[in-house]
Write a protein that binds this ligand. Structure first.
Ligand code: ADP
Ligand code: MG
Length: 686
């Protein structure tokens, strides 16, 4: 027998069990060896009855107190006993096991292990395993038992038995990980590692083995991304970009100088666009780091070279803002190209006219929302596609837009402050540029976390700011389930605030249920300082840029995620004035306090994202979880970020040293890679 043998060759695995194994994807002995447990049961030390916790599996030792009772009808007999130790008594019930009354009624101590639930009459342990007399538990105590993913008819014990038989046939020749890596990272050898994955003796034992397979999994994944990128990068650059004097003129005419980081990133982009291959680049930078001007430069370069460039924004408000901005600059700096706006809320006639100018090529720069990828939008010679705040778009949409041109350059702008290692994973098909410097004229935002008793003072403060010519945002929470309520909140609030502020201050409001035209009007009025205080839902979250705004007050701050609060706060501190962020919360919970404290003490998006991760654990940071890319069998990109980095480095080294994939020590690894890419259908989906 070896790893390739059919599962049916194992003892005790007959025709029926074979079929069940096939159903869970296990066909060979090797498959079974790599069928790792879903989780493990740890047989922990018993706890005192006074210490059992609701919702947890606990082990307790005690004596039977009083009589064991059997109640219920014949189809569902319930056996109840009270277990007692020095610290208290616990109610325990079993279903359909009336015989327990006799077997357990003989005196002496017993150990029970089961889940404790809260019922009407207090804590109850339901249907526990029985160790009687309690010495029987000693054999299991502190051991770890595998729990496998099963299918109807297949028991955990059957899998355990089969795995025990299969493990001795673990063959290091089937090991995917090259020996030099196993040595380098001091991983346990293959056969030992698989055996520890199934039957670890303790947690440390398991952790070591698991690390090896997490590493292997990440390594294969990262290699596949790199290979894919290599393939993509081979797409030749169809366009001919040359430097234009207008760009230099524009940069000199800007009211500010680019930061060193902006210069560096712009340089990378320019080189990409003039390079041999098509660009796929992600620009990452914290809110307010000045990504927009970089996108504009790239669009300008496309336009000046006689091509078209498109910029896709996640919201209409943002698309319009970008459009106004760029058309303003085109006029102001006398640049000989024209821009076009295309959004879903435009009238049919407006759209028709826009389509016409896009198709004829008259519009060199096209800015819009999803409307840009609608069927009717036909481009003349699209050479550059920019997506703003990309985390709101899927890869599919990016591709759809790219499909509008003949292999255009792709530029993705993102403020999502994810650690670089994660970015590599998430955007594995892209090169990454980071704007890691803020414009120099900025003063750090001053933060405070206050309770609702401070509202009055906050209003006075905002009024004073408006008297000095500044503007403010007030954010009310959005209740997603109830759009109606959302509007009401903002409406009621702005009316109330308007009254408090008096005639000299104009208060406007903005929410998702308003018509697009109304939204645009409000944003425009706010942009022109005709509205001084804007009460809004989170629709202003991304991208909005009104540098004159200096205060943002966030009501019910406890309802928002840290990353979202950071994005919201990024609406202020965008100009030369001192800006302020007021987190308002009525919540007194420690958790809220700790979370808001992080924001209170830091304005650094990357730091905040890291802390968010620490507090929430491997939850769904920025919804990354749902993207499906993160579905690893063993690994967890958040928990195992260190291994992820090691795997990324190893992948880089392997591709450098063995770019043709022909070294014999890497053969198994590359075979696994090929299989992985085929299984995942990676070429077509990413
Ligand atoms: P984000 O990176 O969040 O998209 P923006 O591109 O909207 O940030 O820039 C925020 C503000 O900073 C804008 O008002 C922009 O004009 C300004 N800005 C951009 N670059 C600089 C710079 N180098 N110096 C000063 N201000 C800048
Ligand atoms: Mg932006």
């Amino acid at each position: 027998m070896n790893e390739r043998s059919e599962i049916s060759e194992l003892k005790g695995v007959g025709e029926k069990t074979t079929r069940l194994f096939h159903r869970i994807g296990v066909r060979t002995v090797g498959d079974l060896i790599r069928y790792y447990p879903r989780t493990y049961e740890v047989f922990e030390d018993p706890v005192c009855i006074g210490e059992v916790c609701e919702g947890r599996t606990c082990t307790v030792t005690g004596t039977v107190f009083g009589r064991i009772q059997v109640s219920g009808n014949r189809s569902m007999q319930v056996t109840t006993l009270w277990l007692k130790d020095l610290t208290g008594t616990l109610k325990v019930i079993w279903f359909r096991m009336p015989f327990l009354r006799t077997t357990l009624g003989k005196g002496g101590t017993l150990t029970l292990r089961g889940r404790v639930l809260r019922k009407k009459d207090g804590l109850v342990m339901e249907h526990p395993e029985i160790y009687y007399p309690s010495e029987k538990y000693e054999d299991k105590r502190n051991s770890v038992q595998p729990v496998y993913a099963l299918t109807a008819g297949l028991t955990n014990n059957a899998v355990i038995k089969a795995v025990r038989q299969a493990l001795p046939y673990a063959d290091k020749r089937q090991d995917v990980l090259p020996a030099y890596l196993t040595r380098k990272f001091h991983f346990p050898p293959y056969s030992e590692a698989v055996s520890r994955m199934h039957f670890p003796e303790n947690k440390e034992d398991f952790a070591e083995a698991r690390k090896r397979f997490v590493f292997e999994e990440f390594l294969v994944f990262i290699l596949s991304l790199r290979k894919m990128r290599e393939r993509e990068n081979r797409v030749r650059n169809n366009f001919c970009f040359c430097d234009k004097p207008e760009i230099e003129r524009f940069l000199r005419a800007l009211p500010y100088r680019l930061t060193e980081a902006q210069k560096r990133v712009w340089d990378e982009i320019r080189k990409d666009m003039q390079g041999e291959y098509v660009m796929s680049r992600l620009v990452q930078g914290d809110v307010g780091s000045g990504k927009t001007v970089i996108a504009f430069l790239a669009l300008l370069l496309a336009g000046l070279n006689g091509y078209q460039g498109a910029l896709m924004a996640p919201t209409e408000v943002l698309a319009r803002q970008h459009f106004e901005n760029i058309s303003g600059m085109l006029t102001e700096y006398g640049l000989p190209i024209s821009a076009e706006l295309l959004t879903g809320s435009m009238t049919a006639k407006q759209k028709r006219e826009a389509y016409g100018r896009i198709e004829s090529g008259e519009a060199a720069i096209v800015i819009g929302t999803h409307a840009l990828i609608q069927e009717k939008a036909v481009y003349r010679n699209l050479a550059l596609v920019v997506t703003d705040e990309q985390h709101r778009f899927g890869v599919k949409q990016r591709e759809a837009l790219a499909g509008k041109g003949n292999m255009p350059h792709i530029l993705v702008m993102s403020a999502t402050p994810i650690p670089r290692t994660l970015a590599i994973i998430l955007y594995g098909d892209l090169d990454i540029s980071v704007i890691d410097e803020m414009p120099k004229n900025r003063l750090p935002i001053k933060n405070c976390v206050v309770d609702t008793g401070y509202r009055k003072k906050a209003y006075q403060f905002m009024k004073k700011q408006t008297e000095e010519g500044r503007q403010c945002y007030v954010i009310c929470p959005m209740v997603e389930e109830s759009e109606a309520m959302e509007a009401e909140n903002v409406l009621g609030y702005s009316e109330m605030l308007s009254e408090i502020m008096g005639d000299t201050v104009r208060v406007g409001c903005l929410h998702g249920r308003m018509k697009q035209q109304e939204k645009d009007e409000v944003m425009e009025a706010f942009g022109n300082n005709e509205i001084q205080i804007l009460v809004s839902t989170t629709v202003v979250e991304v991208g909005i840029d009104v540098p004159n705004a200096t205060v943002i007050m966030i009501e019910n701050a406890e309802r928002f995620g840290l990353a979202q609060l950071h994005q919201l706060r990024g609406r202020v501190g965008r100009g030369k004035y001192q800006s302020y962020c007021i987190f308002m919360t009525a919540s007194k919970s420690d958790e809220t306090k700790e979370r808001l404290d992080i924001l209170n003490h830091s304005n650094d998006g990357f730091f905040i994202a890291g802390e968010d991760l620490r507090l929430r654990g491997p939850g769904d940071l920025f919804g990354i979880r749902q993207s499906g890319i993160m579905d690893f069998k063993v690994g967890d990109v958040f928990q195992d970020s260190l291994i992820l980095r090691q795997a990324a480095e190893a992948a880089g080294e392997i591709l450098r040293e063995d770019s043709k994939m022909e070294k014999p020590e890497n053969t198994r690894l590359f075979a696994a890679l090929e299989k992985y890419m085929t299984d995942q259908n990676l070429e077509s989906t990413l």
